[in-house]
Design a protein around this ligand. Sequence first.
Ligand SMILES: N[C@@H](CCC(=O)N[C@@H](CS)C(=O)NCC(=O)O)C(=O)O
Length: 488
Amino acid sequence: MKVSCPRIQVVALLFFILASTTTRAFTTPGVPRTSFFQKQPLSPKSLSSELKSSTTAIEDAVTETKEKQPDLPSWDDLQARLNQVQEAENVNNKPALVTLYRDTNGWCPFCERVWLALEIKQIPYQEQLISLQDKPKWFTQMVPTGLVPAVLFHSDAMDVQAADQEEKEKPAPVRSLVWESLDILKALDEQFPETPRLIRDDLDEYQRARDIVSKTTTAGAQFIYGGRNQTLSEEEKQLKRVAFENALKDLNNFLQGQQGGGFCMGESISGVDIEMVPVMERWRYQLPLTINMTIYDKIKYPHLCQWYDAMDQYAPYTNRVAGDAYSWTAVASTFLRFFATGPNATMSEQTQAAIDRADAAAHALTQTFATSNTYDETAEARLQAAAKLICNHQAVVQDCTNSDPKSQKELPRAQKEAVADLALRAVVQSLMTTETPTLTMDNKADASDAARAVRTVAARMCVPRDMGAPAAQVLRKTLMQVAQSLES
Ligand SMILES: N[C@@H](CCC(=O)N[C@@H](CS)C(=O)NCC(=O)O)C(=O)O
């Protein structure tokens, strides 16, 4: 699989550097290894005491406004309600059997493979987020390559599980650390044999699928990243484009031959889908903007589109691990800017055109937030969104009122933290009650300031870094509803 070729690693690394400077709205400053928004949500008990002390200042600041909004609950109230719901639904009550070390921003394609495998296998896991720009010493000492992903198998918790399942006669799993995404996938199959087996190296068909996928990603990398090579002639670039398109056709034809299900091996998802999906996901959303090439093309590649559709409908992928159209689009624009200027600060017309295209596409997508219905609106998605906002509300308020933002500078920030805070509480209340939010403010300037705040939050959110795509969709929609009610 060519996504591990050095050039792609360099691109991926640059991507992370970029991402970390563009979309930090939902990380928790000062807690580099445990961003609340990036952890699986919902450890409400441990958060509630922190919330109590942290909300005091903002509560004081909004006292006056609060009197005009008697029905709006405080963050403590919202947290308490969330606790009740989560307890009733037994959320997050299983002990973690493994720790996944992945990148802080949720951009690493290799991490995505492992993350997806854990979701498919439903292995209870905890996450430790690693900032790739400032990797902690303990991590580089622990993992010989210093790269993410890595997975620690907890023998103690697995012993407990084995005992629960009366499987004591089985050899106890070894507490071990595994790195390299494909090795981790194999280890997950071996250590958790009762979960769906993903790597089918024993089957010829699986090897054939891997081979075709590998050829496609290699050809794609050679065209996309080779295209940036100034020394290549137009003719050479064109040849690389044709080679990539031919590889996509081969992949499409291979997928046509697979029966049912739409996955590479037909009926069920397998390791080869997991290997391929991170790069295909990025290409789907970004290539139309960056190199004017559409892969999700039902005329040219109908069976590849069916594969994309099968992935989209596959909950373990879509609900948490997949990036969404807006996030990849917004990042594409910033990514292009990052590469746009060489040492002498020049920018080609072609790159400028791609940047303009990507910016326009990102902006157009913000206009669909109120009506977007790509994903089913489930109670789980609402809960995930509410939980993330509750435990990150301070950082979110600070970000959407930041007068000196480092990224997405074109988005207008609000001025008053207090009104932003109020609007966000209206959002959470709506998420938890499913009632359409109605928030009004007597002071028109405050109302438009609050509307600005929630619109900015919607455009700053990033999937999958901050939450899953369905949760982000319902959160963005609710943010828009609050904005509209403030502006009406
Ligand atoms: N072959 C490795 C590649 C892992 C990799 O390149 N990870 C990148 C992030 S995408 C990384 O950790 N980069 C940090 C660095 O280079 O210091 C795998 O499949 O796990």
